[in-house]
Design a protein around this ligand. Structure first.
Ligand code: URA
Length: 434
């Protein structure tokens, strides 16, 4: 096999054979194919696309390029969840304990934040003592005993994807539906769960800005799941405005606790109940989605879901005193108010822009190696659709310095658009794809 022939074949719209795809993935993993040839092939795929068969084969080959987690030692149907990423998206830490409180086993590997989006592992590490690097045996033991565990992705999961994603990131070849779908699904398949729930976000704070693109990505991933024998359901959800009130790691943990105790923000609570219900249904703990919704609601109302979060955090070394009294969690030592520059309704709250402001405050990373300030971030008092008077607080900012607050204030000026009329409400869940 000559790599240059494969690049040409794809460039002219041909389909790569199974053997050719396997060889590319092998070469990406062992370093025998140079970066420039891999990059050229990724660019040809961006222009020409891939057939469903090619995409499924690429997914399978990347999943097998490193460790394949064996969860057979855990009883019952194991359900995983993946979000394509957003601003204020702390849903995993709410729905994993709800699903586990209803009997679903969840062995989840999560990522860190990058760019304007947050990551579950960073949020968890804002709980003092919390361990997210846990070896395989202990991970399985915690899931068996507690019902759920959330850890960072292990070093050798999908090395081919790691290589290709790093190249795509710097060669303008991230935005390709078959490449994104195979990248996400390869990691989910390698992580070993039987069923997968995908939260595919669309809007200003999402990777997929349009609903059509998000739906195409969701369909592609659901089909890959079916082709490789892992039942997959996708919810298409709104990320055109931040989810909930809190953006920033410890601030979001406090909001996770509020939501599990039944007094979280309405949008976040509704979104989490729907996602949790889908996990419970996929995990075969309910006959219908309606029954799953009732079980999820009951797990919150009884306090069982909050206690499940505490049990998971304790098993992973975290100090649950910070969950039972969230005022003890880190808070940036400097606070500032972002006030409405004019009166009217907020007709747009640009989630990406607000996420970028939270990074300026120290809540996210400018580069992959930047340090995070767990106490930094934003608490929104108003969101899209709310009416405000000029000078009324829209958000409180938390940071380590007033310079950071000044920079974030400037970024926030461009994030909010005001108008005389209340905008129409958009549904939180736009579609369910099975
Ligand atoms: N997230 C991934 O894991 N892979 C992509 O290609 C894009 C987003």
């Amino acid at each position: 096999m000559h790599m240059v022939d494969l690049i040409r074949k794809k460039r002219y719209g041909g389909a790569l054979s199974d053997a050719e795809i396997d060889a590319v993935v092998r070469g990406a993993t062992d370093g025998s194919i140079p970066d420039y040839q891999l990059s050229a092939l990724m660019m040809a795929i961006c222009f020409q696309g891939m057939t469903k068969h090619e995409t499924a084969r690429l997914t399978r080959a990347m999943a097998r390029s490193g460790d394949m987690v064996d969860l057979s030692g855990i009883d019952g149907v194991k359900v995983d969840k993946h979000s394509t990423g957003g601003v204020g998206d702390k849903t995993s830490l709410v729905i994993v304990p709800i699903a586990a409180a209803c009997g679903v086993k969840v062995a989840k590997m999560s990522g860190r934040g990058l760019g304007h989006t947050g990551g579950t592992v960073d949020k968890m590490e804002s709980i003092p003592g919390m361990r997210t690097a846990i070896d395989r045996a202990e991970f399985l033991e915690i899931v068996n005993r507690v019902g759920c565990a959330v850890i960072g992705q292990s070093g050798n999961l999908c090395p081919a994807d790691k290589k290709l994603y790093a190249l795509r990131d710097v060669t303008g070849t991230v935005e390709s539906i078959p490449l994104i779908a195979s990248s996400i699904m390869s990691k989910k398949i390698a992580a070993g769960s039987d069923r997968i729930l995908l939260d595919v976000k669309t809007g200003s704070g999402a990777f997929m800005k349009t609903q059509a693109d998000a739906e195409a990505l969701a369909r592609e991933m659901v089909e890959i799941g079916a082709l490789v024998g892992r039942k997959t359901v996708a919810l298409l959800t709104d990320m055109d405005r931040p989810l909930g009130h809190a953006i920033g790691n410890a601030l979001e943990i406090a909001e996770v606790c509020d939501t599990l105790l039944g007094h979280g923000p309405a949008d976040l609570s509704a979104m989490c109940l729907e996602l949790a219900a889908n996990m419970i249904y996929l995990g075969e703990k309910a006959e219908t989605l309606d029954e799953a919704r009732r079980l999820a609601q009951a797990a919150v109302e009884s306090g069982a879901a909050f206690e499940k979060l505490c049990a998971m955090v304790e098993a992973q070394g975290g100090d649950t005193a910070y969950l039972r009294d969230t005022d003890r969690l880190a808070r940036g030592k400097v606070q500032a108010t972002f006030a409405a520059p004019e009166s009217g309704y907020i007709i747009h709250a640009d989630a990406e822009q607000i996420g970028r402001a939270s990074v300026l405050l120290g809540a996210g990373r400018e580069t992959k190696d930047s340090a995070i300030d767990f106490g930094a971030g934003i608490v929104l008092h108003k969101n899209k659709g709310d009416g405000v008077q000029a000078g009324e607080p829209i958000a409180t900012l938390y940071a380590d310095s007033s310079e950071q607050c000044d920079e974030a204030q400037e970024a926030l000026q461009a994030a909010f658009v005001f108008g005389p009329e209340k905008p129409a409400e958009t549904p939180l869940v736009l579609a369910r794809i099975e």
